[in-house]
Design a protein around this ligand. Structure first.
Ligand code: F3S
Length: 395
């Protein structure tokens, strides 16, 4: 199959628009050829992952610097969380050395015209596509949210392919950009009661572990808030590589309904909770905001912390996007949180910050955070409601 390019795309590939654009077009066309795409399509929004210096290292930074010599974004582009709060990193115990290198990464993106707000919930801070819009996002939870909750269309991009989409304004038309690849493959009937974000994370754990990259159709979820759906998206993407699901009466997608049906019971959820709870976890770190907290979640946490004090030996991170933190400052939530001795951390999260060795046990409402706390940082974990997390923090 041949990949047909427009005149402008051919010019990008030939180097007429500069070296970075040429390199970016090489990445896009190579992917297109590998996946049998017939053409490239314009994207209106990009979200780039792989921003933490902790994951990128010097080699990654060198690549970014090279692209930043003459590369410029053509569409709205935002970043995934970095390894630190770009303003208040010092008080969170991040080293000068790490901070210097993390800032170099962010500067390279800024030089290319990337909006350097670092968040995994771009849809909460203005990078919000509409139904049916083609986009190129990289963060797995955001990809799942965009495809499933908003009804936009994106494959799960890698760091370099997302940057390439930003510099060319194009992606290859394959995978989830095509209608025929978006049909559900297995149906789940949820009989369990879902009360909070942690329950939705547990549901994502169960469906993710059973589904393994196929597309689930989910019925039985009577209502789900945006906060609960973002928790579910993060979990089902982490545990099952799911980039698209159809949730009956909740998400706007159109699909045929699969005949193969499985049931999810209260026991399944309880079993998932047991799996994410380590025995004898000594909790010294509490983190809420995975995916990044909305202003509504921050308001709630601020009210729970108001007039209380974080206990000695415990550290609390509420992670969010910078524009949401700014709003929290304006509303007084930041003061309530920080007066209690907790931190409202923007631009970063507990999975990509250099935290290994600093704590032993994490309590969180996020199933995804449990996965990374164990895998990357060797922390023991406990998953609880937000209210229980805050109670633990001040006890
Ligand atoms: Fe976001 Fe970090 Fe969780 S990127 S989804 S807060 S692990």
């Amino acid at each position: 199959m041949t990949l047909n390019l427009t005149k402008e795309e051919q010019e990008m590939l030939s180097g007429k628009h500069g070296k970075a654009t040429q390199k970016a077009m090489e990445i896009i066309t190579t992917l297109g050829n590998i996946y049998g795409a017939k053409r490239l399509i314009p994207v209106s929004s990009v979200q780039i992952a792989g921003v933490s210096y902790h994951n990128l290292g010097e080699a990654g930074l060198e690549y970014l610097d090279e692209m930043a010599v003459d590369g410029q974004t053509r569409v709205l582009t935002t970043l995934n969380p970095a390894g630190m709060d770009l303003m208040e990193w010092k008080k969170h115990g991040i080293s000068e050395d790490f901070a210097k290198n993390q800032q170099r990464v962010v500067d390279a993106f800024a030089k290319m015209g990337v909006v350097t707000t670092c968040t995994c919930t771009p849809y909460l801070i203005g990078n919000l596509p509409h139904y049916g819009e083609h986009i190129a996002w990289a963060e797995s939870s955001a990809v799942c949210f965009a495809n499933s909750v908003i009804g936009a269309r994106t494959n799960r991009e890698g760091g370099p392919s997302a940057l390439a989409a930003a510099l060319t304004g194009r992606t290859a038309e394959y995978g989830l950009h095509l209608e025929e690849n978006r049909d559900a493959e297995v149906k789940y009937v949820v009989e369990a009661e879902l009360r909070n974000t942690d329950d939705f994370g547990l549901l994502g754990y169960v469906i993710g572990n059973r589904t393994r990259k196929s597309i689930p159709y989910i019925s039985g979820v009577l209502k789900a808030s945006t906060n609960e759906l973002k928790s579910f998206c993060a979990s089902v993407a982490t545990y099952g590589g799911v980039a698209l699901f159809h949730m009956e009466k909740v998400t706007p997608n159109v699909t045929t309904i699969p005949e193969t049906t499985e049931t999810i019971t209260q026991e399944d959820l309880e079993h998932a909770r047991e799996k994410l709870d380590d025995e004898k976890a000594d909790i010294d770190f509490i983190s809420v905001g995975c995916p990044h907290a909305s202003i509504d979640e921050i308001r709630h946490i601020a009210s729970l912390l108001d007039g209380k004090q974080v206990a000695d030996g415990k550290t609390v991170w509420i992670t969010t996007a910078k524009p949401t933190k700014d709003l929290a400052i304006k509303m007084g939530y930041y003061d309530q949180i920080e007066k209690a001795g907790a931190f409202l951390v923007s631009d970063a999260c507990c999975a990509v910050a250099p935290l290994k060795g600093r704590f032993t046990g994490l309590m969180t409402d996020s199933a995804k955070a449990c996965f990374y706390a164990r895998g990357k940082n060797d922390f023991k974990t406990e998953i609880r409601t937000v209210e229980e997390c805050i109670r633990e923090a001040v006890s």
